[in-house]
Ligand binder design. Structure first.
Ligand SMILES: *Cc1c(COP(=O)(O)O)cnc(C)c1O
Length: 398
């Protein structure tokens, strides 16, 4: 049997990522491929770096996308900064902090874990204690927006604390970039990585990163070679670094970079602050609807991420069946709980292009119907009306 072309179903992606991709980005992906050293392509690469500096709010020269997903950005940060024998304070209150630990240990370093309950923000007092106990710590690593729980930590305070103890601040901003306030220079973040498929409205596969001058010094002061050839920033920069003298390192994912360029142009057009406000506004509409249904959030209001909403699954409801019905009947994807939260929460993403009133109303309506079918004790009919009323009160964002 001949296999024919693949046409994916048209879904609405409201999970933990990938999120809906803007049609402008999809159109950019289809433009003709250029050679990876073509002068026109190199001009575009320079624009991507400038646009990323804007998105990250940094003047860091070493700001660029890694040619691989967010996990590779995470790995790039750790393998470049951390050497065998180093100590790193790793904060964990969800899945991704655990991956930081894996990275630290695979660098031959020691991870001192600061654990918080899943769904809580990182406790700054515990981090201060760990730094007092371990003055040798080279870095403090934490997740700004924990996608596995929907909780946000105080990145600025954690960076200040790290610097007071002479440690570098390493930040996972995969889900926070463009979705919630993030200021690399003002907060003193030394190394940061993100992803393209969450709040940037782009396809998966690239990881924007940025290193401060202090981080670059730490890389230059290494006693050992970076163990990853592909992610060694000294080598990567021979291709991505400024100037006309670029050398082949690897073949850049040319068309995916067109997509990132387009998504960053869109971000610039909207304005970063407006993008943050849009994510918050649509989150509040969703919250109004979710609460009208009688459901509750996992995370305290003060630490809730607007772009990732963890909602407690009501008693007696079949988690998997609800999600599969939403997918089958509504072409709507929402996220399942991960790890300790599996079966306990749904994760509703309102990320990037997917953060809009149409999606909020659609999701609430679908959830209402499916939960009612399941016999859940909810206030059926109230959710969409509440969210609509919310939108009608204020000006509509996006
Ligand atoms: C999605 C995510 C990652 C991993 O990104 P991939 O692109 O899936 O490799 C890392 N950290 C956080 C917080 C994430 O949400």
């Amino acid at each position: 049997m001949a296999i024919s072309s693949f046409y994916p179903p048209i879904r609405t992606l409201m999970g933990p990522g990938p999120s809906d991709v803007s049609p402008r980005v999809l159109a950019a992906l289809a433009r003709p491929t250029l050679g990876h050293l073509d002068p026109a392509f190199i001009r575009m690469m320079d624009e991507v770096k400038t646009l990323l500096q804007y998105a990250f709010q940094t003047k860091n020269e070493l700001t660029m996308p890694i040619s691989a997903p967010g996990s590779a950005g995470m790995e790039a940060v750790f393998v470049n900064l951390i050497e065998p024998g180093d100590t790193v304070i790793v904060c964990q209150s969800g899945v991704f902090g655990g991956r930081m630990k894996e990275n630290v240990e695979r660098c031959g370093a020691t991870a001192i874990m600061v654990q918080d309950e899943w769904g809580k923000a990182v406790d700054i007092h515990k981090v201060a204690e760990a730094l007092k106990k371990h003055p040798e710590a080279k870095a403090v690593a934490f997740v700004h927006a924990e996608t596995s729980t929907g909780a946000q930590s105080n990145a600025q305070a954690l960076c200040t604390l790290a610097h007071e103890h002479g440690a570098l601040a390493i930040v996972d901003a995969v889900t926070s970039l463009a979705g919630t306030p993030l200021k690399v220079d003002e907060w003193g973040i030394d190394a940061i990585y993100s992803g393209t498929q969450k709040c940037l409205s782009c396809v998966p596969g690239l990881s924007p990163i940025s290193f401060s001058a202090r981080a670059v010094e730490a890389i230059q002061a290494r006693k050992t070679k970076v163990q990853s050839w592909f992610l060694d920033m000294n080598l990567v920069m021979a291709y991505w670094g400024g100037g006309a003298k670029r050398a082949y390192h690897h073949t850049a994912p040319v068309n995916t970079l067109y997509g990132l360029h387009e998504s960053l142009v869109m971000l610039q057009e909207e304005g970063l602050e407006n993008a943050w406000a849009r994510h918050m506004h649509n989150h509040q509409a969703l919250k109004t609807g979710v609460e009208a249904l009688g459901l509750s959030f996992l995370v305290d209001e003060a630490h809730r991420l607007p772009q990732l909403n963890s909602i407690t699954i009501p008693e007696g409801v079949d988690d998997a069946q609800v999600r599969s019905t939403l997918l089958r009947e509504y072409n709507l994807e929402i996220g399942a709980g991960l790890g300790a939260l599996a079966g306990k929460v749904w994760r509703i993403g309102l990320m990037g292009f997917a953060s809009n009133p149409t999606n909020v109303l659609f999701c609430l309506g679908a959830l209402d119907t499916v939960l009612k079918q399941q016999g859940a004790k909810i206030e059926s009919g109230a959710a969409v009306a509440a969210a609509r009323a919310f939108y009608e009160q204020g000006n509509e964002h996006g």
